[in-house]
Design a protein around this ligand. Structure first.
Ligand code: FEO
Length: 397
């Protein structure tokens, strides 16, 4: 990716990672980008760097606009390594004596991580930096999604440099929302479900603060994926909706299976849910990535989990999904557990305990079928699904 002027004197200088497919356990089938932004004013400012290994590309992009040595100020909105990994090389290139602006927690993280005597300037929430014809305001967004996270806002250009928020793991030459089109929303949704879902209360507060402050936003520049310039309000509205987690008329039936018995149950349960007019989807775990399952969980009102019993326990792939789901703290879900078994049959009660720990509103009973579900067994699955479907309809009345 070359340097691209996104507003007068403001450049996108980040890089594309075409080949990444696993982002710390999140499947990124379309690759990703590590965005960085250069503002050329009386003072020259670089906002964020890129993942280690992409330093040369970042420096080459900057050099298309200006000699990197002429950068006066480095701003780190977020210290996670996909944005700070190149910082040692960049600080060396621009000059180790240049000020490094970040949040207080940013300073702590960067100091401990890199152990370099950089000239830190830890900003206060709302602090403004004058860089000539522009001013940059720093907005603390602690735990969105790390303790150090902050936004940088340019009032004159009405640009919000939003760090990870509003991002998407999407690699492409299409730099803007109006170029890439509506398909980008599915990437934004997956990003939200897997990176930000557990911080929805915080996100709602930040959105409220933005509304109350009357911050005018013409462009949102996140650290991953495309820039929102045509309809920044569209992604803000989506964040508002996703953060509320009201749930749609939708249930997902997540399961794994050993000899197809739990699969037969899952499909029969899903058909029962659908018979009540609720969108239902059976999701076989070994045919789906956990991060895609979480994207389905985000707007489902009911999450139904099934597993055979293996060695007196839950099937390992189901445990993986439950552990991942618990960490992301989905809210306002109806939960249900089911499974097939041979003799001991512990998996269903273990699943129930996991879903209860996530504070799901559990169906009164679970469903177990021994060995292979026969016609009567499948009828009981359909009936179980219908009960779940009715519960979804009632919850959304
Ligand atoms: Fe894209 Fe939290 O790093």
């Amino acid at each position: 990716m070359n340097a691209v002027e996104i507003a007068k004197g403001v450049y996108s200088v980040g890089v594309i990672d075409w080949n990444i497919r696993d982002f710390h356990g999140y499947s990124v089938e379309n690759g990703s980008t590590y965005n960085a932004f250069l503002i050329v004013d009386e003072k020259v400012v670089l906002i964020d760097t890129v993942k280690k290994g992409f330093e040369d590309q970042l420096l080459a992009n900057i050099a298309q606009v200006i000699d990197p040595k002429k950068i006066d100020i480095m701003i780190s909105n977020h210290t996670e390594m996909d944005h700070s990994g190149s910082l040692p090389r960049i600080m060396h290139a621009i000059g180790e004596d240049k000020p490094l602006y970040c949040s207080k927690m940013g300073q702590k993280n960067l100091s401990e991580h890199f152990k370099q005597p950089w000239k830190y300037h830890a900003v206060e929430n709302g602090e403004t930096l004058d860089i000539g014809s522009r001013s940059l305001t720093f907005l603390e967004t602690r735990m969105l999604h790390w303790p150090d996270s902050m936004f940088t806002y340019c009032k004159e250009d009405k640009i919000l440099f939003s760090s990870d928020a509003f991002g998407q793991h999407y690699a492409g030459f299409e730099l803007f929302d109006d170029v890439v089109g509506h398909t980008i929303m599915s990437h934004a949704k997956k990003y939200f479900a897997n990176i930000l879902m557990l911080y929805t209360a915080k996100i709602l507060k930040v959105l409220e603060q933005v509304r109350e402050s009357g911050l005018e936003i013409d462009m949102i520049c996140p650290d991953h994926g495309i820039i929102w310039r045509k309809e920044p309000e569209k992604i803000i509205a989506a964040y508002d909706k996703w953060s509320r987690q009201a749930g749609e008329k939708k249930a997902i039936v997540v399961y794994d299976t050993m000899w197809h018995s739990t699969q037969k149950m899952a499909e029969a349960i899903a058909s029962g849910i659908a018979a009540e007019g609720v969108f239902a989807k059976p999701v076989h775990i070994r045919s789906s990535h956990r991060s895609d399952i979480m994207t389905e969980v985000l707007d489902a009102k009911a999450v139904v989990v099934g597993s055979p019993t293996l060695n007196n326990n839950i099937f390992p792939t189901v445990s993986d999904v439950l552990t991942y789901m618990k960490g992301l703290k989905p809210k306002n879900k109806i939960g249900a557990a089911f499974g097939s078994y041979g003799w001991s049959g512990e998996s269903v009660k273990l699943i129930r305990a996991e879903l209860e720990a996530m504070k799901f509103d559990m169906m009164a009973s679970d469903l177990r079928v021994q060995y292979v579900p026969d016609d009567a067994g499948l009828e009981s699955c359909v009936a179980f699904g219908r009960e779940i479907g009715r519960a979804v309809n009632k919850a959304l009345e």
